[in-house]
Design a protein around this ligand. Structure first.
Ligand SMILES: [Zn+2]
Length: 149
């Protein structure tokens, strides 16, 4: 059976495919090869450049993760984990959370200020769902206040 397939006559599609491959080979041969970049006459390769402090001014720099004790973001809608809506065990609320990422732990804080660790979430999850920080605060309590809690 395999032998029969191998011996069958080329059909119109085979012929068309071969013709196009041949066209591409010919086109490829007509294309000029890329010429290597040549430095203009009189220039020397890599002259030392004076270092300039062109980094952002301090007021516009965002602290890196090792310069802050933690980060937090608002989470207004219900948080669904493993098909279950997370609720606050103290007051029963299920939305309007602040999600805190600190020391490789994720904590949820409801509007009433109850806090619970959420072990189903991790820093990678937090990083995927949070935007860039818009402000930094000196104390923990300033952060939820900034987020309206
Ligand atoms: Zn609560």
């Amino acid at each position: 059976m395999f032998d029969r397939i191998r011996r069958r006559k080329p059909d119109a599609l085979d012929i068309e495919t071969q013709r196009r491959h041949q066209e591409m080979r010919e086109m490829w041969q007509r294309m000029p090869l890329p010429t290597p970049a040549v430095a203009p006459e009189g220039t020397r390769p890599s002259e030392p450049v004076a270092e300039v402090d062109d980094f952002l001014p301090p007021a516009l720099r965002v602290p890196s993760h090792d310069q802050v004790a933690g980060r937090m973001m608002p989470w207004l809608r219900p948080l669904v984990l493993d098909g279950e809506i997370v609720t606050c065990p103290a007051c029963g609320t299920y939305r309007d959370w602040i999600i805190v990422s600190t020391r490789d732990e994720i904590w949820l804080r409801c509007r009433a200020g109850h806090e619970q660790q959420e072990k189903r979430l991790d820093t990678a999850w937090y990083n995927r769902h949070s935007g860039p920080a818009d402000s930094t605060h000196a104390t923990f309590e300033d952060c939820p206040r900034h987020l309206g809690h």
